[in-house]
Design a protein. Structure first.
Length: 278
């Protein structure tokens, strides 16, 4: 049986939870530690704030759920680090309690702190998939992620128990760490910018070619037409199409290089020797 198959979807309201005082203190701490800019951003999204005076425990829990969802939406859309810090301070105790509830009555083979940490890493990684709104609150989404993290951790431990430990010395973790993922994202953004610049120069160079060179490149490189069709349209033979295409590509490359400020490549064709006069 799965270690979380018997876990309920909701552990109940704060009023029935033995950890209610801690949760109450956490929501109060977050309420009064919100930065001015963060509170203003929440107000722009229609969240008027958390007022705890005179509220029952059930009403407090509803307010906390709304605040969690609003903070997650702000982090998803704007990448606000302040919003994520406030979200973690508010939701981490509740999520940790839920992970412990899922592991109740199971062998203590998994560290609940590691499961909660895996869940928060996945929340950051897949923040763009969060739908939000009243129909998709953060707490239900985060508990689904924590459940998947618990299943993955249990499967990994079981594989380690059954594997040949003599092969562990040769085991290599090929997963990307946070630093490598950030580096790849930065390099992808730089590559996309470079491609935009290159395409702009390429379009300008294409417009500057002779009509015949431009036409053959449009037919073969862009339109993917057959060489026989191009030969009939241009009134030349198959070998003529090949030669015109070769020269058009060379002129286009030289024009793009000149536009980018690159030096002209040195020809690798060997110099023919001149026969000595007899």
């Amino acid at each position: 049986m799965s270690p979380i198959s018997s876990a309920p979807h909701d552990c109940g309201s704060i009023g029935r939870n033995p950890a209610a005082p801690a949760l109450h203190n956490s929501i109060v701490a977050v309420r009064y530690s919100l930065e001015g800019s963060l509170e203003a951003a929440l107000k722009r999204r229609g969240f008027s704030g958390v007022e705890l005076s005179g509220l029952s425990s059930i009403q407090e829990d509803k307010q906390q759920r709304r605040l969690e969802t609003a903070l997650m939406e702000l982090f998803r859309d704007e990448g606000s680090q302040a919003a994520f810090r406030a979200l973690h301070a508010l939701a981490a105790p509740q999520l940790a309690i839920w992970v412990l509830h899922c592991m109740r009555g199971r062998p203590p083979v998994v560290d609940p702190a590691e499961v909660a940490q895996d869940a928060w890493c996945a929340i950051v990684r897949y923040a763009h998939t969060f739908k939000g709104g009243s129909s998709h609150p953060f707490r239900a989404w985060a508990r689904t992620i924590a459940a998947n993290a618990l299943r993955a951790r249990v499967r990994w431990i079981r594989r380690m128990e059954t594997c040949d430990h003599r092969t562990l010395s040769n085991y290599t973790d090929n997963s990307l760490g946070p630093r490598r993922r950030a580096q790849d994202a930065e390099e992808s953004a730089l590559l996309a910018h470079a491609m935009v610049v290159l395409l702009a120069h390429l379009g300008a160079a294409l417009e500057g070619l002779a009509p015949r060179d431009r036409r053959i490149l449009e037919l073969l490189e862009i339109g993917s037409c057959s060489r026989d069709l191009v030969a009939r349209e241009m009134g030349v033979g198959s070998s003529g199409v090949k030669m015109i295409l070769f020269r058009a590509r060379k002129r286009l490359a030289l024009a793009v290089g000149k536009s980018l400020g690159c030096k002209a490549p040195v020809s690798s064709r060997p110099v023919r020797s001149v026969r000595a006069a007899s």
